[in-house]
Design a protein around this ligand. Structure first.
Ligand code: G
Ligand code: G
Ligand code: MN
Ligand code: NA
Length: 252
């Protein structure tokens, strides 16, 4: 299709852009890390959200060069903020399973960190529970990332649900509780689920991050359940780099 052809040339035409959403300390509102979220700035259609082109890119294999671009741009940006003298924060980058399991992924990560002189401790890679389809290979990739000093996180945790039994074997750093759980806060029955998911992460000594926080009462409930870091519209929508840097100056 036309859009598939356009996607293929989108990087060369400088149409890809990263937006940034702060991850904050829920006690203080301080920014502790940031998630990079991809946008396609289409000349006629405007900003196209990733949900509308990532699946297509995964299908066609375009996700590999797109993912490499994302990783590069995110590392470069984080290094720039550090050089500008802002407090050092972790940047979280979304990685598709297909990209994660692609042959030279580790090499690309290593190369990107080196080229940008970014300390690996300031990079975290977010992957979804779908990696369990190829669990042994994924564990190997995660172990190599650990050796490099790069953190890994399971995104949208709880949505796939199937992973409870394998979670204990995954060498990960963080789980990100799916926003559907946060959305359910306020409903007594569903609330037990949020608590259960948080406890699960804490008992495994993982960092637990909540996503999709939109209201203050959700923050209170999360704190009550010992989840201390989160992101969502309540704090900030994903914003362009120029805007994020203003938040960084105000809220760190
Ligand atoms: O950014 P929202 O703002 O619309 O993102 C929608 C979905 O797209 C999320 O599930 C997110 O994980 C995914 N996504 C955002 N940016 C990237 C990216 O750079 N790579 C991949 N693989 N997925 C991304
Ligand atoms: O990678 P992941 O699936 O976690 O991507 C986060 C997605 O959630 C992005 O589409 C982002 O724009 C969106 N998002 C971030 N904060 C909120 C929020 O508070 N509410 C809702 N509904 N979506 C959010
Ligand atoms: Mn994510
Ligand atoms: Na998510």
């Amino acid at each position: 299709t036309k859009i598939e052809r356009e996607l293929r040339s989108a990087i060369d035409k400088n149409q890809m852009e990263l937006f940034y959403q702060p991850q904050v300390d829920l006690n203080t509102g301080e920014i502790v890390s940031v998630e990079a979220l991809l946008r396609w700035k289409h000349p006629e259609l405007g900003y196209i959200p990733p949900d509308e082109f990532i699946p297509m890119a995964e299908e066609s294999g375009q996700i590999v060069p797109i993912g490499e671009w994302v990783l590069k741009d995110a590392c470069k940006q984080n290094k720039t903020w550090q050089e500008e003298g802002h407090p050092k924060i972790i940047i979280a980058v979304n990685v598709s399973v297909r990209q994660f399991q692609y042959g030279n992924f580790i090499q690309k990560v290593e190369e990107t960190l080196r080229e940008n002189a970014l300390d690996p401790q300031y990079l975290k890679l977010e992957i979804t529970e779908s990696i369990i389809q190829n669990i042994n290979e994924s564990i190997m990739v995660m172990e190599r990332l650990n050796e490099l000093g790069v953190k890994t996180s399971i995104d949208d945790f709880g949505k796939g649900f199937s992973s409870l039994s394998v979670l204990k074997n995954l060498p990960i750093d963080t789980i990100k509780i799916d926003k559907s759980f946060i959305n359910d806060i306020g409903d007594k029955t569903s609330e037990a689920m949020v608590k259960t998911v948080i406890d699960l992460g804490l008992n495994l000594n993982l960092n637990v991050i909540a996503e999709g926080i939109e209201e203050e009462h959700q923050v209170n409930k999360l704190l009550e359940n010992k989840c201390f870091v989160g992101q969502g519209y309540y704090y900030s929508r994903p914003v362009p780099a120029e805007e994020f840097v203003k938040l960084l100056m105000e809220r760190t």
